[in-house]
Design a protein around this ligand. Structure first.
Ligand SMILES: [Zn+2]
Length: 461
């Protein structure tokens, strides 16, 4: 192990040169004029995998951009990690806001700037080098590793789900490892173990069969905008709880351990509200703001429209009003069931004065990897060794659909070992990765493979 770490520490110059080459390929997946570059990048990934000692390297064609897979299965009896990442990047516009050219990696201060440096080439590269360090020094890895690196993450991973379904055997492993997220903040390593799900709804309220003159008809007809507003307002009670019957039934409660861990986070509500420009925070009573964002389900009205919204005055009593409403979900809520509860609830409370239509637009499940699972324990131990600091536990309020797909199709939990920082401009001009995190990430990855063998035994698969 010591050999591996010293090797990582003494090859930094070379790593930066190789990463610069990886980052110089403009693999912008959303722009077809870059299709050649995206393909070239898949080839670069495959060549790199061969160079570091991965075997069975294959480039799979898809209806979109290729998927690159490889494996090293030389540790019988040891767990198998499925490492997922992506080699495609976001467009670079607006180009004039970049301080240095986006595909020419440039170091300024403690950061390396380039498109893809944090999201996700830099983080994928961290693992390439951790693997290489083992191969060069020990001739083997402490665990088995499979890699799946796709080229369509930034455009919604349209072909990934089918690929995973069609290659279950190829991808068969014990847990998924993803490095495509951020640490809690600079100098504060963290392991992310939970993501929220989503149920997205559209509501249409119809009153009279056409728009009416508000002078002639106002006072005799229930205005659909008013009726819709009343419905939406009633979806939260005075304690900020969602009033939909059964909404909280399947919610997995926060454990004492989690709540204690969140309390220890270096977090200030005051600073948070100041940054957001709000006078006061709002949310479900009885929970801290981090708990509400990470581990409690919520309901938001995303848009509401109807009637006249143009310049000046028009005295109309509209025929229709609409709203888009989303619900962020937590384990063990199911998006289909929540969508049904939502519709049932609205239909039950809707006044007789209007007609109501509810449509479910889109849904996805929440994901959680228990913090006492071997994968998370190994991540915590590895982060502590890699960064010399005890890491914190965190969740994310958003969703990563691929995590749910790996769970549903392959039955695998995911460990999210992110080495980015929340302010590294992923998707924006001047994207960068902090070099301390980059090299600390390599040490952490190397330790993770090793630590996993320690925690995996104990019959705790
Ligand atoms: Zn990414």
């Amino acid at each position: 192990m010591q050999n591996v770490i010293s090797f990582l520490d003494s090859n930094k110059e070379r790593y930066l040169n190789e990463l610069t080459e990886f980052l110089s390929i403009p693999s912008v997946s959303s722009q077809s004029n870059h299709n050649g570059d995206t393909r070239k990048c898949a080839q670069w990934v495959a060549d790199q995998m061969r160079t570091i000692g991965m075997q069975n390297v294959q480039i799979f064609e898809t209806p979109g951009h290729p998927i690159v897979c490889s494996e090293w299965m030389g540790a019988p009896g040891k767990p198998t990690i499925l490492f997922y990442g992506h080699y495609d990047v976001q467009p670079v516009d607006p180009l004039n806001l970049w301080t240095s050219p986006p595909f020419q990696a440039t170091i300024r201060g403690d950061n390396l700037y380039a498109r893809g440096s944090a999201d996700d080439k830099g983080q994928v590269f961290i693992h390439f080098k951790a693997i290489e360090a083992y191969m060069k020094n020990e001739g083997k890895l402490p665990v088995n590793i499979k890699m799946i690196i796709e080229g369509e993450e930034e455009v919604g991973s349209a072909n990934l789900e089918n690929f995973v379904k069609e290659h279950k055997q190829l991808l068969k492993s014990d847990l998924v490892l993803i490095s495509d997220s951020s640490m809690f903040k600079k100098g504060v390593p963290s392991v992310c173990y939970g993501l929220r799900g989503l149920a997205y709804m559209e509501v249409e309220v119809t009153g009279p069969n056409s728009d009416l003159h508000s002078g002639t008809f106002g006072g005799s007809v229930h205005n659909p905008i008013q009726a819709l507003s009343e419905l939406i307002a009633s979806l939260h009670d005075k304690n900020g709880k969602v009033t939909i019957k059964g909404f909280y039934n399947d919610v997995r409660a926060l454990s004492k351990k989690e709540r204690a861990a969140y309390k220890k986070l270096p977090w200030s509500d005051k600073e948070y509200s100041k940054n957001l420009g709000v006078k006061q925070l709002y949310g479900e009573k009885g929970y801290s703001s981090l708990e509400r964002v990470w581990a409690r389900p919520t309901l938001e009205c995303n848009g509401i429209w109807g009637g006249y919204t143009g310049e000046g005055a028009k005295t109309v009593l509209p025929s229709k009003a609409f709203a888009k409403i989303s619900m962020r979900l937590v384990p063990n809520q199911k998006s289909d069931k929540i969508a049904q509860l939502f519709e049932k609830h609205l239909k039950r409370i809707a006044p007789k004065t209007i007609d109501l239509k509810v449509k479910a637009l889109h849904g996805g499940e929440a994901a959680i990897t228990p913090i006492d699972s071997p994968g998370v324990k190994a991540a915590v131990a590895a982060l502590e060794k890699g960064f010399g600091k005890k890491p914190l536990y965190q969740r994310e309020g958003g969703s990563i659909p691929i995590v749910v797909q790996f769970k549903e199709i392959l039955g695998l939990d995911t460990v999210l070992l992110g080495f980015g920082l929340p302010d590294e401009n992923a998707h924006a001009p001047d994207e960068h990765i902090n070099l301390d995190n980059f090299f600390g990430g390599m040490r952490t990855s190397a330790h993770f493979y090793n630590e996993l063998t320690n925690y995996w035994g104990n019959g705790k698969k």
